[in-house]
Write a protein that binds this ligand. Structure first.
Ligand code: BTN
Length: 256
């Protein structure tokens, strides 16, 4: 790994919080915060991320990307692709992605990404934004299994590979891959990243349901993300909806 500061904690409330705090205080891009466990691990949409000791890899990578604020959401898609490639290279499995940030193995979630930023209101044009990419990967099955609400939806890497899992090797592979893909994003290669992302899109051509910002539940066929990373879904009437944020649920394969 290139010279970087790795802050290793036994317990963190959230590695993202620690990385954001360190970033605000001037920590260098490339700094990594990794914890054995988290007491308040968080995911998208104010969900919590189960982070018991010895079961998973929980880390946050601090970045200062040379990107416009409106391009920052692309980092989550790019990081998803990077992690899939790293996991595939190390463990010979083929992870897929459910837009925007769910990492799946054989249809079940084994990882997630939470990208957060520092204060974007007060940054000058010349300042690079503070971005933290937080990654949680289930490496092993908790002794008592997954909690009921995750049953049937969650999985862990150990259930899909015979190779010995090393959290340290995986951390290095993921961090290097994320940095590499963000550099590629900075050079303007998002379309290239997107076409590789689409090879791993778990929802392409399948039926998704989602709730609109007005609270309406809709269903349609996923057309995948567009050139800006915004998800397009075609409903039964043929109307194309753009989903910018929120959650989508994979219902099943379209019958044609
Ligand atoms: C999601 O699936 O919604 C994203 C989950 C991200 C969890 C990771 S664990 C390390 C980092 N610290 C956090 O509090 N969250 C992320």
């Amino acid at each position: 790994m290139a010279t970087r500061e790795i802050i290793r904690l036994k317990v963190a409330e959230s590695t993202n919080s620690v990385a954001l705090e360190r970033g605000e205080k001037g920590a260098a891009p490339g700094t990594v915060v990794v914890a054995d466990s988290q007491t308040g691990g968080r995911g998208r949409l104010k969900r919590s991320w189960l982070s018991p000791p010895g079961m998973g890899l929980y880390f946050s990578l601090l970045l200062r990307p040379d990107l416009a604020v409106e391009s920052l959401p692309k980092i989550t898609l790019a990081a998803g692709l990077a992690i899939c490639k790293a996991v595939e290279f190390e463990y010979g499995v083929f992870p897929q992605i459910k837009w925007p940030n769910d990492l799946l193995l054989e249809g079940r979630k084994f990882g997630g990404i939470l990208t957060e930023t520092g204060d974007l209101q007060n940054i000058s044009n010349r300042q690079k934004p503070l971005v933290v990419v937080g990654v949680g990967l289930n490496l092993y099955l908790p002794e008592s299994g997954f909690p009921p609400e995750l049953m049937g939806r969650a999985t862990s890497l150990s259930l899909h590979t015979d190779k010995k899992i090393s959290a340290d090797i995986l951390l290095e592979a993921c961090v290097n891959a994320i940095e590499e893909v963000v550099q590629s994003l900075e050079k303007g290669y998002f379309s290239k990243i997107l076409s590789a992302w689409k090879q791993r899109d778990a929802a392409q051509g399948k039926i998704l349901t989602w709730v609109t910002p007005h609270g309406k539940k809709l269903a349609g066929v996923s057309l995948g993300p567009d050139a800006d990373g915004i998800l397009h879904i075609r409903d039964q009437k043929g109307t194309i909806h753009e989903v910018l944020s929120g959650d989508v649920n994979l219902v099943g394969k379209i019958l044609e």
